[in-house]
Design a protein around this ligand. Structure first.
Ligand SMILES: *Cc1c(COP(=O)(O)O)cnc(C)c1O
Length: 368
C-alpha cells in the first residue's frame, strides 16, 4: 500500500538552519520568558503580517482564553458552531455561555444577518471565525458591535497572511488570535498569538500570559502561563523565511483541484477569488445531495486508498455533549451549519503534495 496521505503535512525548514539557533539557546541558557528569539519573532511577524502589536503564545487555545480575559468578557458570547472545538471551549474556560448563530451557506462563516436576533442583555462580545482563512463579513459585524456596544474577537487561527484590500485581516475587531499548530500554514510545532490594536492592550496581554506579573513583585491579575518558549520562537524565525514559497506551492495545488473539480455537477468549491491575498490553508469541497456519491462514501473510499481527507467541521461544536443542551444548539437554529457539517470534505493540501496525487484524489472523487 502507498504511503498514507494526510490532509496536511507540516513543511519544515532545513534542520541545518535551525541548529545554530539551538546552539545559541544552549549557550545562553535563555530558554523562555521573552527571550531574544521571542522578541525577534514578534518583530518579524509584525513586519511580515503588516500589523502593529503581537503577543506570542504557547498555543492558539491559550491565546483565545487570554483574549477573552484581556477584554474582561462575561455573560454570553455569540459564536459559530462551524469551527474547531477550541473556539467554544475558550468560552467555557472563562465561565461564558456560548450562543451559537447559524452560518452563511456560501462562505460557511458566521451569518451577520442572524447575529442581532441572538443578542440579549447578557451579550458582551462576538467571537467569529475566519473559516479556512476566508474573511468574515467584517463591516457588518463591526456595525452590529457598534450599535450594541459589543467587543469582537476574531478566531483567525486559519487566516495567517490573508489580506483584503485594506491589508491584513488581523487588524479588524478588538483582538484577533492566530494558531501556529503543526497543522496550520505557519507552524512553531505548537504556538499561537494575539494581535492587538495598541501598546497598552499588548502590555496587558503580556502580563496575563505571564501569571499577571507586571514586574518582579507586582501581580496585576490572575494570569496564566501562556508563554511561547525560545525553541518555538526559533523554529518560527526560520520557518518565516520559507512561508512565501510554501504559500505559492499551496496556490498551485488549489488551482489543480479547481481545474478538475470546479463546475462538476454536485460538487462545490468555495470561491476565494475575491480575496486580495489568500493562504490556501484548506481545500474544502461541498458534496451536494444530487452528487452520485455521498460525502461519507467519498471519505471512506479515499480512506481505503490510504488518503485521509477530513470532515472539517463535523460534528458541529454545538453537537458535543457540553454544548448540545444549550437552546442555541438546536438543529432548527442552525440549519445551514447542520447541512455544511454533513456535506463538507477537506482534501489534502500542503506544499509538498505531489500533483500526481492530487490528480488521483480527484479521479477517485469523480468516478462512480
Ligand atoms: C487550530 C485552531 C485553534 C486552536 O489552536 P491550537 O494552537 O491548536 O491551540 C482554534 N481555533 C481554530 C479555528 C483552529 O483551527
Amino acid at each position: 500500500m502507498n504511503e498514507p496521505i494526510y490532509v496536511t503535512k507540516p513543511t519544515l525548514p532545513p534542520l541545518a538552519e535551525v541548529l545554530p539557533y539551538l546552539e545559541q539557546i544552549w549557550n545562553s541558557r535563555q530558554l523562555t520568558n521573552q527571550g531574544i528569539f521571542h522578541q525577534q519573532l514578534e518583530a518579524a511577524l509584525c513586519e511580515y503580517l503588516g500589523i502593529q502589536h503581537i503577543s506570542l503564545f504557547a498555543n492558539g487555545t491559550l491565546a483565545l482564553v487570554t483574549a477573552l480575559q484581556t477584554l474582561r468578557i462575561t455573560g454570553e458570547v455569540i459564536t459559530t458552531p462551524f469551527s474547531f472545538v477550541a473556539t467554544a471551549h475558550s468560552l467555557l474556560w472563562n465561565g461564558i455561555t456560548p450562543v451559537f448563530v447559524d452560518i452563511d451557506t456560501n462562505t460557511l462563516n458566521l451569518d451577520p444577518n442572524k447575529i442581532e436576533a441572538a443578542i440579549t442583555p447578557r451579550t458582551s462580545a462576538i467571537l467569529p471565525v475566519h473559516v479556512y482563512g476566508q474573511p468574515c463579513d467584517i463591516k457588518l459585524i463591526q456595525e452590529i458591535a457598534n450599535i450594541y456596544n459589543l467587543k469582537i474577537i476574531y478566531d483567525a487561527a486559519h487566516a495567517f497572511g490573508v489580506e483584503d484590500n485594506e491589508g491584513s485581516l488581523l487588524q479588524y475587531g478588538d483582538l484577533s488570535i492566530l494558531s501556529f499548530h503543526a497543522t496550520k500554514v505557519f507552524t512553531t510545532f505548537e504556538g499561537g498569538a494575539i494581535i492587538s490594536p495598541d501598546k497598552k492592550t499588548k502590555t496587558r496581554i503580556d502580563y496575563l500570559k505571564n501569571f499577571g506579573f507586571a514586574d518582579e513583585i507586582t501581580v496585576m491579575a490572575p494570569g496564566i502561563n501562556g508563554k511561547m518558549n525560545e525553541f518555538q520562537a526559533a523554529v518560527g524565525l526560520v520557518q518565516l523565511k520559507y512561508i512565501d514559497a510554501a504559500l505559492t506551492k499551496r496556490q498551485n495545488i488549489d488551482a489543480q483541484y479547481r481545474s478538475m473539480l470546479n463546475g462538476v455537477d454536485g460538487i462545490r468549491c468555495l470561491n476565494t477569488n475575491y480575496i486580495k491575498r489568500y493562504n490556501y490553508s484548506y481545500f474544502p469541497i461541498i458534496i451536494e445531495p444530487k452528487y452520485h456519491s455521498s460525502r461519507d462514501d467519498i471519505y471512506a473510499k479515499l480512506k481505503s486508498q490510504n488518503i485521509h481527507a477530513r470532515r472539517y467541521f463535523y460534528p458541529l461544536i454545538s453537537n458535543f455533549p457540553m454544548y448540545r443542551n444549550l437552546p442555541s444548539a438546536s438543529y432548527e437554529n442552525l440549519p445551514n451549519a447542520t447541512k455544511a457539517a454533513i456535506s463538507v470534505l477537506c482534501l489534502p493540501i500542503y506544499p509538498d503534495l505531489d500533483p500526481f496525487m492530487v490528480e488521483k484524489i480527484c479521479q477517485s472523487i469523480l468516478e462512480k
